[in-house]
Design a binder for this molecule. Structure first.
Ligand SMILES: NC(=O)c1ccc[n+]([C@@H]2O[C@H](COP(=O)([O-])OP(=O)(O)OC[C@H]3O[C@@H](n4cnc5c(N)ncnc54)[C@H](O)[C@@H]3O)[C@@H](O)[C@H]2O)c1
Ligand SMILES: [Zn+2]
Length: 401
């Protein structure tokens, strides 16, 4: 991070003012590798010891997603061996700390306390590192905690799901859920590096395997029609777990995601425009309505379908393109028949899913801004939603499935 301080002075009848400008730029690396904890792979040790000439090895605390640990139990000792092998450069301050994976990591206060306690016990300072290996849930929770301790300690992320490698784990946001609201607490805090190891993906169940493809379809729809058509063409290979095809998807999706953050002009989301959140007002509300039983990517797939049908109903999106979008989502294996879309809030008689629009606006602040599609690869912003039209779009989706 480079900080350059400039100031200017002015005065008026009401007082005087000093104006400061603090330009900041963040630099971090996103690496793609296989076998990050193989002793023959120096990448992680290099990143962790990259801060000049240290007299002592860099202190590291490592959090490991328990779901990943259960599917790849050999990782635990492999990680310890790796640190032993690289002990001149890096020191693991405790055995890997297992954190319950999935949305539990973001929902349960005890888990958050466990993370903070471990960082405290290991005396992690701002020259030490927190490393997190896991899905978006564990990465979000650990990175949030690490961003708070000492106002932010260094962190390296090793995401272990398709969704986390192409989207959740590579950006600059983190967070946990609170008051039953998605990401109610969180910070913008760039990692020092992200390492995507495709071998970690091999143990994902089918649900998590396809979950991340929804985010790639989303980014294709709003930014890169070529990516969307590539996914459509390769839907069978992707669904059938061809690793080389998945590696390409993750890489492209990650690139587009980081391009939006680094070149989109609003990395800290001060404005109201959030194109990467296409389909997410439905997704976040559905996740909460299901008590987080519906995985994020599956909720995103439904959100994409709803907002695409709405885009077509309003005359923005050509019908043949809508057909391709729904076909692509279905071929990957997503299911749209979700009864929670039809649930009514007993307190006010309103369709519960529509409250997602209010919550989305509340989360962003300012004017409601949602993305819709004019064609595959191109989105635009709207500031109001016709609720009757939206209910019809949902009805249509339910009929189609
Ligand atoms: N910070 C951001 O910018 C951002 C962006 C998008 C999504 N997210 C968040 O990411 C979360 C979803 O993350 P996710 O889709 O990665 O899933 P997840 O973290 O919820 O994990 C799903 C399940 O897979 C298990 N798991 C993880 N890696 C595994 C592996 N390699 N093999 C076997 N099992 C494994 C986990 O233990 C868990 O049970 C949501 O909370 C979402 O809000 C954050
Ligand atoms: Zn998402």
């Amino acid at each position: 991070m480079g900080v350059d301080l400039k100031s200017s002075y002015s005065s008026s009848a009401h007082g005087s003012e000093i104006e400061f400008q603090i330009p900041m730029s963040f630099f971090y690396r996103l690496a793609f590798t296989e076998g990050v904890f193989e002793t023959s792979n120096p990448l992680l040790a290099d990143y962790l010891s990259d801060q000049g000439n240290r007299e002592n090895p860099t202190q590291v605390l490592l959090f490991l997603d328990q779901g990943l640990h259960e599917c790849q139990p050999q990782l635990y000792s492999q990680i310890q061996n790796y640190f032993k092998f690289q002990q001149k450069l890096i020191s693991l301050e405790s055995p890997p700390i297992l954190i319950r994976g999935g949305e539990a990591a973001k929902n349960e206060k005890e888990i958050f306390d466990t993370i903070l306690q471990a960082i405290h016990d290991a005396k992690i300072c701002r020259h030490s590192y927190v490393v997190v290996v896991g899905g978006g849930g564990v990465v979000d929770a650990v990175c949030f905690a690490a961003s708070l301790v000492h106002r932010g300690v260094r962190q390296i992320r090793i995401p272990s799901t398709v969704l986390a490698q192409g989207d959740a784990g590579i950006g600059i946001k983190n967070g946990i859920n609170y008051f039953n609201k998605k990401n109610f607490l969180g910070t913008f805090y760039p990692p020092d590096a992200v390492i995507n190891d495709s071998r970690l993906l091999l143990s994902l169940d089918q649900q998590s395997w396809i979950s991340g493809i929804a985010e790639a379809i989303k980014v294709g729809l709003i930014r890169d029609g070529e990516l969307f058509f590539w996914i459509l063409e390769n839907a069978t290979s992707l669904r059938n777990r061809d690793l080389a095809t998945m590696q390409k998807l993750v890489r492209r999706s990650a690139e587009l995601h980081l391009r939006q953050i680094s070149q989109g002009g609003d990395p800290f989301e001060k404005g109201s425009v959030r194109p990467l959140d296409f389909g997410h007002w439905v997704a976040h509300k559905l996740e909460a309505l299901s008590n987080y039983l519906i995985p994020h990517g599956h909720a995103v797939a439904i959100g994409i379908a709803v907002d695409s049908i709405y885009s077509w109903r309003k005359g923005f999106l050509p019908p043949e393109q809508l057909t391709l979008i729904l076909k692509c989502l279905e071929e990957i294996g997503f299911n749209f028949r979700e009864p929670l879309l039809l649930e009514t809030n007993p307190d006010n008689g309103r369709r519960a899913i529509l409250e997602g629009i209010d919550e989305f606006r509340e989360h962003l602040g300012g004017e409601l801004t949602l993305s819709l599609l004019t064609e595959i690869g191109r989105s635009f912003e709207v500031h109001e939603i016709d609720e009757v039209g939206m209910i019809s779009a949902i009805a249509e989706l339910m009929e189609k499935s």
